[in-house]
Design a protein around this ligand. Sequence first.
Ligand code: 6MZ
Length: 336
Amino acid sequence: MEQFLKGLPKVELHAHLNGSLGIKSLSDLGERLYGTSSEDFLKLCARFSQFEKDMDACFEKFAFVHELTSTRDGLRFATELAVRDFAEDNVQYVELRTTPKANENYSRRDYVQTVIDAIKEASETYPEITVKLLPSINRAEPVDVAEETVSLAVELAQAYPNLILGIDLSGNPGKGRFSDFAPILAQARDKGLKLAIHCAEIENPSEVKEMLQFGMSRCGHGTFLTPEDIEQLKQRSIAIECCLTSNVKSGTVPSLEEHHLKRIMEANAPKVICTDDSGVFDTTLTKEFLIAAKTFGLTRQQCIDLTLEAVHHSFASEQEQIQMADRVGNYAVILA
Ligand code: 6MZ
């Protein structure tokens, strides 16, 4: 099964750039930035791979990566390395999300442009993978930052219509209020951007209600959705992005066996398997499929069907979706 899943031309729809750098990439990045990796740096990396079962502890890990990507060079290398890692895992299409940041080295505009340039370069080095970009709004940051992110995304989506396809709302789910961001998200949607919204990652029924009323193109996590919510998403053909390892390691789901993917599959609602933060949670899309297959007894055909579901719910053009589905179909035929 593992070999089969590794070779499957997979589709990744929920991956945060700074969360997608594994130990190997972090040490490659450290080496490129600081010369040969120092012992202190490697010790830091080792700490990075240890897990505390807590959402706040996992958010502290992002701060560590953010330090490494706080220069244009760091950000550029990191983007290339993230694309490399997905390509090496035979991911044929990835929608990378990232929160534009500003510091003494770059503005938010520079940040997004640097990521765009790095994606373009990486696409030449790894032509077998298609990369798209979803700028993220971090709900823990002020609303005016979100406004800047959306106006940048709208402007750059015009310049790069085949690359910037939507907006993600993410960040520590215990912080910020959805209602404060809803007007800005509505503006993005009116301008044609798709919305991928982290929803019900922690228990907050009133916010989930607001989010479902507002609408979205895809639902991130959906851990605390009720059966009625799941039914509603099914009726509206909104896929739930399921990130098994992330949810267990960040402590929102008690065990793999109790993961809501099971309920979603039983309800026959749309779903996609994703990594979330393959670096922080030490996983790959192959591993996530393997975990889902082992935990819920999925067959090869079900894994192929899940990949085709991801193709369908991606923000790619119809033409791109046909090409992706063909690659999956050809792989399935060869192995039949
Ligand atoms: C919510 C998350 C997340 O944007 O710096 N992020 N937001 N829930 C999660 N589940 C664990 N995992 C990552 O990537 C890292 C940022 O993505 C968001 C957080 O805002 C985190 O700081 P970028 O590339």
